[in-house]
Design a protein around this ligand. Structure first.
Ligand code: MEV
Length: 322
């Protein structure tokens, strides 16, 4: 039996603009994870995928092309050039809320690919880079034009500065001077990344100059945020978050609920707040002085947040990201 897990993710700065080649910063959310367990054999001799939480169980060969779990298995099978997989049972579970901007799709895919590659002894596909690359291929099926930041963060599990590029993405882990405590609040509204990203694309096509300028401003905020993170300047970081949020609002990816939660957090003493991920629902993040954290948390709940939790982003850069 082989088990692999992958974390959720939080985009700190630069969502959407990152799809258009501007830099963004994201961090893993290690306390909520997706998990895949692969064991030999199955009830009917096929590769069976089981999702106990959803009451789903099906054979790989019966799964539709759009099935995300099957796509993860097929992607690895194709990459490793395996004609016929042996009988296997793959059980998938996840603590990451879906459609909430926390990277649940990428994490589930990465966990399946890593567990299966390890189980089958496919040494070329167990490393972070291979897991990230294959997860990206699956993301493309569901998401249309993913930047690649989600698969990178969930596969490497460390904070990254990421810029999409040709022939290679720029992926730089960086030191966070002071552990960054993030307050994360869920609007309770689900949102489709594919739809929101597609909608931003339509607006960009209709108003190229305006959107290029918005993306440039987001990119410049990300650069300044990286410096603030490295310097441990939380006040500055908070201001930059709120500025980034204003730009995302102009891109029309905020929502009534997100606006309410961002305003509430700042009014309750946060240094800054913003939506995180694709927007139009999902989660927002805030940073606050430690002595205000509980007040901010209570205020967010009173303003209608479905859940509020705190997570810490920390870390020294790890060598080995290409
Ligand atoms: C989604 O987590 C982040 C977006 O920037 C899309 C992407 O980067 O692929 C909205």
């Amino acid at each position: 039996m082989t088990i692999a897990t992958a974390p959720g993710k939080i985009i700190l700065f630069g969502e959407h603009a990152v799809v258009y080649g501007r830099p963004a910063i994201a961090a893993p959310l290690s306390q909520v994870r997706a998990r895949a367990v692969v064991s030999d054999g199955s009830r009917d001799g096929s590769v069976r995928l089981i999702v106990p939480d959803l009451g789903q169980a099906f054979a790989l060969h019966e799964a539709e092309e759009e099935n995300a779990l099957a796509a993860a298995v097929r992607q690895l099978q194709r990459a490793a050039d395996i004609d016929q997989l042996p009988a296997l049972t793959i059980t998938v579970s996840s603590q990451i809320p879906i459609a909430s901007g926390l990277g649940s799709g990428a994490a589930i895919t990465a966990a399946i690919i890593r567990a299966l590659a390890q189980h089958l002894g496919l040494v070329d596909f167990v490393g972070n880079t291979a897991v990230s690359d294959l997860t990206y291929e699956v993301e493309k099926i569901y998401h249309g034009t993913p930047s690649g930041i989600d698969n990178t963060v969930v596969a490497y599990e460390q904070p990254v500065y990421f810029q999409r590029g040709q022939p290679r993405n720029r992926i730089e882990p960086f030191a966070v001077a002071r552990p960054l405590r993030l307050i994360v609040a869920d609007t309770g509204v689900s949102s489709s990344t594919r739809q929101v990203v597609g909608d931003v694309r339509h607006q960009w096509q209709a108003n190229r100059q305006v959107f290029e300028d918005l993306f440039d401003q987001c990119g410049s905020i990300t650069e300044r945020a990286r410096q603030a993170l490295q310097a441990g300047d939380m006040v500055r970081l908070g201001q930059l978050m709120t500025k980034n949020h204003a730009l995302l609002r102009t891109m029309t990816v905020s929502s009534t609920e997100l606006e309410r939660l961002v305003e509430t957090a700042v009014a309750a003493g946060a240094w800054g707040a913003k939506l995180s991920g694709a927007g139009r629902g999902g989660n927002m993040i805030a940073i606050a002085p430690e002595w205000h954290e509980e007040t901010v948390r209570q205020a967010l709940l009173a303003a209608g947040a479905r859940h509020v939790f705190t997570t810490t982003v920390s870390g020294e850069p790890v060598i080995g990201i290409r």
